[in-house]
Write a protein that binds this ligand. Structure first.
Ligand SMILES: C[S@@+](CC[C@H](N)C(=O)[O-])C[C@H]1O[C@@H](n2cnc3c(N)ncnc32)[C@H](O)[C@@H]1O
Length: 281
């Protein structure tokens, strides 16, 4: 059993009573992180980092500094730290968009050891995000119909040291072949086309709506599902509207549904949809 134990500003990564690593924090500053050599490049450091920040209530976009060293820099660069004035600084502007909203929702509900599905793997950003949330003891299934996307996702996961994902080249219409009903803790649908690839291949409501229905059935009670619905182009608008109509019809006795339309923003901003399957009373 893997856990992160907190002792004031020190966080210890513990497995079966053995300390595999530690991380130290001061207000606004990560002062050190160390993982035993044999446990490196397997996602344990990432798990420790995420858990320590979560337990400290430090948000994903909050400014943090760290000492700059050859040992720390390659690890911390994965989390947005950059060299600045002789130290490493993580300073991402606080953004509120469809992706940050669904990621925040997923981070609230998913944790170590859980099973998550990325129904549109693309370049693997969401798959990697899910791997970070469920940790090395969890499991992620990622699907995409494009071999290039499957390859990009596998490469991204390998470069980040995530080994807990199964990446399959298949349509999310076949999701039921890969998971049993009631076993999924979280499912992610980031709709649209693969950035940087053929824009002629994109998600369509003829398959995404049945896949959403299936994913909801596969969720355990209390499980969550998110959608980022892009409205770019005629196809995007058609799919966004079909998804909005679909979620509007979900029975409120079974699902809690939150949609943010960003109606004050110009253009056609992507719409984040966050769904939680209710636990029966
Ligand atoms: C917006 S991208 C996903 C971005 C991705 N989640 C990421 O983090 O990079 C949408 C992806 O859906 C894929 N897609 C389209 N139709 C699909 C289907 N029926 N089943 C699974 N994936 C599909 C596309 O190939 C594309 O890679």
């Amino acid at each position: 059993m893997l856990s992160v134990r907190r002792e004031t500003d020190r966080f210890e990564l513990v497995r079966d009573g053995l300390v595999l690593g530690w991380l130290t924090l001061e207000p606004g500053r990560l002062t050190g992180i160390w993982v035993q050599e044999t446990w490196r490049r397997k996602g344990y450091g990432t798990y420790l980092y995420r858990q320590a920040l979560k337990q400290s209530g430090i948000g994903p976009k909050e400014r943090l500094t760290a000492p700059d060293s050859a040992a720390l820099r390659p690890f911390l660069e994965k989390f947005g730290f950059r060299p600045q004035d002789g130290q490493l600084v993580r300073c991402a502007p606080v953004q509120r968009n469809a992706l940050s909203i669904v990621h925040g929702f997923l981070a609230q509900h998913l944790g170590p050891g859980m099973f998550a599905v990325d129904a549109t793997a693309g370049n693997g950003h969401d798959t990697a995000f899910l791997c970070g949330l469920v940790g090395p003891t969890g499991r992620v299934l990622a699907m995409d119909i494009q071999p290039a996307a499957v390859q990009a996702t596998r490469q991204r996961l390998a470069s980040l040291g995530y080994g807990q994902a199964q990446v399959v080249c298949d349509s999310h219409a076949n999701l039921a072949h890969y998971a049993r009903p009631g076993t999924v803790d979280g499912a992610v649908f980031n709709l649209g086309y693969l950035p940087g690839a053929d824009h002629g291949v994109f998600t369509v409501p003829q398959t995404s709506i049945p896949a959403l229905k299936t994913a909801l059935e596969l969720l355990r009670p209390g499980g969550v599902l998110t959608v980022c619905a892009y409205a770019g182009g005629r196809q995007g608008t058609v799919e966004r509207d079909a998804v909005l109509a679909f979620v509007r019809d979900l029975p409120s006795s079974r699902y809690q549904v939150e949609v943010e339309l960003f109606s004050d923003r110009p253009g056609l901003p992507p719409v984040p949809i966050c769904i939680k399957k209710r636990v029966p009373c």
